[in-house]
Design a protein around this ligand. Structure first.
Ligand code: UT7
Length: 363
């Protein structure tokens, strides 16, 4: 490898990074399409036909992003069988945090007892979990961390305009998490991580509001805080850019679309996933979908779908997966995964461990 100043250096050998645990949590309260039709001029028929969504989970009472994140992280830890104090990196992806600081990562670190961990927050909307996972992998590959907790939690019900029928019907609240560990194996066969800020205005949430006395231009908070989306443009971006990203990542891994057992894509719209299946020429049943029950849960959508599909026995160790997050930024991250998670709480995991121990003893 040649550095920019002309010196050559040896590429260091990197440590393998395995996904060892997956977890998720969705709040109990369910909002159906019929419930929404009491709020805005919409119908169950329109929402199902245009998006594939039937219902979504939303927070109630005093539930917070950190609380959802902690529950998902605890689930992923239990799945991995790794104690909290062996986690040395926590990355939290959220674009709807409870506060600008302290970060969600700090609250998760404290709650799971990761007493020696480093960490930080990442705000990359629906791409957040994927980008956080690829970042955590770099820490593991270089030996900077042995075990990492990647957690994604979003509460969009706080930030949608409940009078805007084009956006309020789309989103749900949830959290998802994964544990990544140093290993002889590497779960990541390839990845692509990209941004296109030129289209950032198509999907934005937040404020230009300033309390600085020197700033003269002030915008009414209501106008800017709520999520605003040009749905058609974001749809075009998703079906245009994302399949190319998947094709490039597959090529890097030396695989073809047909070699992939399951596609776990950001759960934004069933029509987007159907279009991707068609474009990649794979059966629609290879697309893992749970947005009918959860809606678009932003950063949480991929780990939530992974957790459910693996719990149902649909995604199995040894299978190859395409994971792809995309959305505001605009941003997208694709990874080709050799799935390896065996839930340490399950009877079969204990059986596999017992057989391995007996086998090792016999030799
Ligand atoms: O998570 C980040 C990534 N996000 C995405 O990937 C989202 C991508 N975009 C989409 O999924 C779709 O664009 C939407 C689901 C948001 C919208 O679907 P669409 O087929 O693009 O609908 P549209 O915005 O073109 O609206 C069509 C019609 C309009 O009426 P007119 O102007 O044709 O009379 C809308 O006013 O549907 C109307 N409409 C609704 N009608 C009933 C929009 N929302 C609703 C609604 N109920 N909830």
């Amino acid at each position: 490898m040649t550095a920019p100043h002309g010196k050559t250096f040896q590429t260091p050998s990197l440590i393998g990074c395995e996904i060892t645990g997956i977890g998720a949590f969705a709040p109990e309260t369910i909002l159906t399409n019929d419930d929404l039709s009491q709020l805005v001029d919409t119908s169950d028929e329109w929402i199902q036909t245009r998006t594939g969504i039937k219902q979504r989970h939303v927070v109630s009472g005093d539930q917070t992003v950190a609380e959802l994140a902690i529950k998902a992280a605890q689930d992923a830890l239990a799945c991995s069988g790794i104690p909290g104090d062996e986690i040395d990196l926590v990355i939290a992806a959220s674009s709807t945090p409870d506060a600008i600081y302290p970060g969600t990562s700090c609250q998760v670190q404290h709650a799971i007892g990761a007493t020696h961990a480093a960490g930080f927050d990442m705000a990359l909307a629906c791409t957040g979990f994927m980008s956080a996972m690829i970042t955590a992998r770099q820490f593991i590959q270089t030996g900077a961390a042995r075990n990492a907790m990647v957690v994604a939690s979003d509460i969009h019900s706080r930030f949608v305009d409940w009078s805007d029928r084009s956006t309020c019907i789309l989103f749900g609240d949830a959290a998802g998490a994964a544990v990544l560990s140093a290993s002889d194996k590497d779960s990541f066969l390839s990845y692509e991580m990209r941004l296109d800020g030129s289209k950032g205005h198509e999907l934005r949430m937040g404020t230009y509001l300033s309390n600085c006395p020197l700033v003269t231009q002030r915008t009414p908070a209501q106008e800017v805080v709520y999520l605003k989306m040009n749905g058609k443009e974001v749809f075009k971006f998703a079906v245009g850019v994302v399949p190319h990203s998947i094709e490039r990542a597959l090529e890097k891994a030396g695989l073809k679309p047909g070699d992939i057992d399951h596609y776990v894509l950001h759960q934004a719209n069933k029509r987007i996933m159907d279009a991707m299946a068609e474009r990649l020429d794979v059966d629609a049943d290879r697309m893992v979908m749970n947005l009918d029950r959860y809606g678009n849960t932003s950063a949480a959508s991929i780990p939530l779908a992974l957790k459910e599909a693996s719990q149902e026995g649909r995604i199995l160790p040894g299978q190859k997966l395409v994971l792809c997050g995309f959305g505001a930024g605009l941003a997208w991250t694709t990874a080709i995964i050799d799935w390896s998670v065996v839930d340490q709480r399950s009877a079969s995991a204990k059986q596999i461990q017992k057989q391995t121990a007996e086998c090792l003893e016999a030799h």
